[in-house]
Design a protein around this ligand. Sequence first.
Ligand code: FAD
Length: 495
Amino acid sequence: MLASEEVVVSEREISAGDGPVVVIGAGPVGLAAAAHLVERELPFLVVDAGAGPGASVRRWGHVRLFSPWRYNIDPAARRLLTEAGITLPADEDLPTGADLVARYLEPLAALPRIAPRLRYGAEVVAIGRVGADRVRTAGREDTPFVVRLADGSEITARAVLDASGTWRTPNVLGGNGLAAHGEREAAGWIDHALPDVLGADRDRHAGRHTVVVGAGHSAATTLLALADLAASAPGTRITWAIRADAPDRTYGGGEDDQLPARGALGAGLHHLVAAGRVELATGFRVHTVRAGADGGAGGVRLLDAAGRSIDADRVVAATGYRPDWRLAGELRLELDPILEAARELAPLIDPNVHSCGTVYPHGVAELSHPEPGYFALGSKSYGRAPTFLMATGYEQARSVVAALAGDWAAARDVRLALPETGVCSVSTGLQGIAADLGLPADVPDQLMTATARHLGSAATPVDAVLTAAAELGLDPTATRRFAAFAAAQAGDHTG
Ligand SMILES: Cc1cc2nc3c(=O)[nH]c(=O)nc-3n(C[C@H](O)[C@H](O)[C@H](O)COP(=O)(O)OP(=O)(O)OC[C@H]3O[C@@H](n4cnc5c(N)ncnc54)[C@H](O)[C@@H]3O)c2cc1C
């Protein structure tokens, strides 16, 4: 694939000392890494801040996943569980988060080859190199890592796989990426993503007015659950506030989505808005939150920069997540300035360019940093990009662990087939143009990847396409067609 040809990752042994590979996080991807480490017979230790496996998934245990089991079980974990005689759920069933923990993560974590290497209640607060700060270069690659826990204890490690996710660092409510004025003071009125409105959190929403802010799957999931609640709890009112001028991207691909449950989320929401069961406020960028005595009739008031306001009883901030890179502050990381993902991975997942839900297969090459032996895997690897799927993390874990084992052929042989969202407007359009002009089938992929790389520095998306087309040596006709298509698409990607 294009990107891995461009990345030069040295095939030296990634080994600093004799310590274990430390995996941070016993979520789906951290435990998948553990399964691959078992198969590769590499010593490892998994540390997790929670009280058991899947601590973050448990927090949204009431939510039904949109990907069926077949995508949610890592292949190495499947082999180990099957060997141990554990029956796995049917491929096409859709688990809830709680099912994912009970029927997959708990049995996996309990396997005799994994359980003794797991430590819970072990929160990592910092990672460094033994006796070397970030500035010191001499001998760095051969110096073990030191992983410091909240209780002050330290573990030395030959490599660190950071699968700590992003759940614990939700995005702010403010429409410009900064906390809204008054957001902190109003914290008692705000839920971050996915409250259990039909279960544990019912009383806070039944017969009351909730405003949901955000345009992703979490917002859609909460809005659908609130509509269910409204059907049985009179007086329940629902408002949906989005920054964009239209909700089309949230509505998604509907029946064209290769994951029907994901398509149904957007389609269901579309229906609720059309039927007037959810009030939609478009172009609403939260600027100020007022609560308590200043919060209007319901108790909390959202204001946008233009002075428009929404009064409600509760706010659900479904505005996504951010990675927390503070843990790795003493390491040499190379992060994309837009997404805060590894620099080589970012162009492959930039939501400004990719809407399909698919991602090019990637692994150790794209996940490497200037700090050999440190890799962020799983949802954290995506930084601020929103479309992470577990299956992506499983392939990342397989590739990186193969590299740690010195099996570079396996590490570089990355494969991934993910279900498309049905809104692959960009890739489908580009493929149509390529077919029309008789260009090789891989030109659209190459063009999208190169374009994404130039988006940060180019004045407009069209300029980024022109630079990418020149780089790929496309002729003037093809360049004009692709640039014209990009100009038409640019309108779709604002807001
Ligand atoms: C509501 C919701 C629905 C989703 N549905 C799907 C779906 O249908 N299909 C799909 O493929 N993906 C889905 N995802 C996306 C994604 O696959 C999941 O979020 C998945 O849990 C990510 O796995 P992970 O292992 O990378 O991180 P997490 O599951 O977030 O696990 C991270 C672990 O690290 C631990 N941790 C965090 N910080 C520290 C620290 N400092 N020290 C020690 N331990 C730490 C946490 O306790 C946690 O156990 C969904 C996400 C959400 C939020």
